[in-house]
Each structure stands twice: as C-alpha cells, then as structure tokens.
Design a protein around this ligand. Structure first.
Ligand code: CIR
Length: 255
C-alpha cells in the first residue's frame, strides 16, 4: 500500500447548502459542515499526512468534494471533466492548486466526462465506473492516459450506484469493502471482501490512509466488521456531507 504524505482539501462555502443531492435528508447546516470538515482535517493529520486547505468558492456549492475534479497519482495528476454541469468549472481552481505539487498534468476532454469518485485505485490498477457522471469516452481517455505511466485500467458499468466509490473501497491487503450491486461483481471476484450491510450503505466509502482505515462515524456494523478483520480505524462525523451525497473519500485528494 502506498504511503500518503499530503492531502488537499477545500473548505465548504456557505453555498454548500445548495449542493446537488439525491438523498432525502434535508439541507446541510453550514456551521455544522464546517465543524465536520475541521474534524476531517484533524483525523487525516493524525494519520500522518500534511494538509493543504484551499479557500472556499461560493460559486460552486459542491466544490469541497475535491476528489471529483482530479485524480492524483505519485507520477502525475489528471484534471477531469466533471459530468455534472454545475461542477464542471471546479477544475480551474483544482488545476491551479495541483500545479504547485505536480510537474505533469493530464486532462480529460469533451465529449469525455469523468469524475474522480468513479475512479478506484487498487495498487497499480484503476477501476473506472461508468455512471451518470463518467461516460465511456472519459473512461477510455483516462485509461489511455494512465497506461502511459505504467498503470492499467478497466471499466465497471454501474446500474444504481452514484459513483463507483459510493459502493466500494480498497483497504489494502487485497481487501475490498463492498456494497450493493458491486458485492457480486465479476471484476471484484478475486478479492477478500468485507460486505457492508444494506442498512449501512453510506459506510462503503472509506479510505485507507497509511496505518488506518478512516470511516464515517455512526455505522456500528461496518465498524465491527473492520475491527474484526484487523484494521485500525478512525471515525469522522460526515452527516452534513451525507445530505448532499458526499462520501468520505470525496473530501480529499491524497498522494
Ligand atoms: C455531487 O452530486 O456531485 C455532490 N453533491 C457529491 C459528490 C460526491 N463525490 C464523490 O462521491 N466522489
């Protein structure tokens, strides 16, 4: 498993209350979202990473979800072309931020669309979900780009999942945390699987950060399964972001 040294996050703006959503959980509370975001930063720091905090951008209600406008690797970063029209312009600020850290930037271009939430890295292989946000042209461009840097990729058509990583996380040690339609997916047959109970679907989006699995607070069944499998966990309250379909991984770029 790669060690992460740095993450990039972006503060939610007050406009976060207008983030895109399919969840019927009400609007997020800005102050509470800020507190949860600060706790996220604190937990990530406790996993041993440095945190670059980008300023909020009121023009883009979903722009705290920095994982979608870019995919970062130890060799280069890919600026994506988000499929959600209200999010497409988020790439400009992310590009500027990444120029400080990366010599090589690559780009997904129209008609291709891709959001980083659809990209799951497992060691040197990238699974790319085909969703309402990521299309076949975007996935194919992405796989062509990463292939130049010694990585491989494959596509995973999604039926119901929002993003690929809404339903699957790689925890290291050939182990996936997996939910819903992805549990029996043929592409994931070779892994050890920790299956997320259908009452805790939101907890399928966790991140392995160095020695820890960082998970959302409030999902005791998943927590028990992770502990039983021998993982050390850290929990972050994510309720305000859950209201706008945002998972734990979406709040950072890690490298
Ligand atoms: C959106 O609909 O784009 C945001 N409200 C949530 C994005 C979550 N991102 C992710 O899962 N990678």
């Amino acid at each position: 498993m790669l060690k992460f040294k740095q993450i990039i996050v972006k503060e939610p703006g007050k406009s976060v209350v207008n983030g895109l959503t399919t969840a019927n959980l009400g609007k997020p509370d800005y102050e509470q979202a800020m507190r949860q975001h600060q706790e996220y930063i604190r937990v990530m720091q406790s996993c041993g990473v440095a945190v670059k905090i980008l300023p909020p951008d009121e023009d883009y209600p979903d722009s705290c979800f920095v994982e979608d406008p870019a995919v970062v690797t130890e060799k280069m970063a890919v600026i994506t072309n988000p499929g959600a029209p209200t999010r497409n312009g988020e790439t400009a600020a992310i590009r500027q931020a990444l120029e400080e850290f990366f010599d090589i930037l690559e780009y997904i271009r129209a008609p291709g669309t891709l959001e980083g939430g659809d990209v799951l890295r497992v060691e040197n292989h990238f699974y790319v979900g085909l969703s309402t946000r990521t299309n076949a042209a975007g996935a194919s461009q992405f796989i062509n780009i990463i292939s130049k840097y010694g990585f491989a990729g494959s596509v995973v058509p999604l039926k119901e999942m929002f993003h690929l990583k809404t339903g699957v996380s790689y925890l290291g040690d050939n182990t996936l945390l997996v939910a819903g339609e992805l549990i029996e997916h043929p592409q994931f047959s070779g892994f050890n699987k920790i299956v997320v109970d259908e009452t805790e679907m939101y907890a399928a989006n966790c991140i392995r950060v160095n020695d820890y699995v960082v998970m959302p607070a409030g999902f005791p069944k998943t927590e028990a399964k992770l502990l039983e499998a021998g993982f050390s966990i850290k929990k972050v309250p994510m309720g305000e972001f859950q209201k706008i379909d945002g998972g734990l991984s979406c709040l950072s770029l890690r490298f």
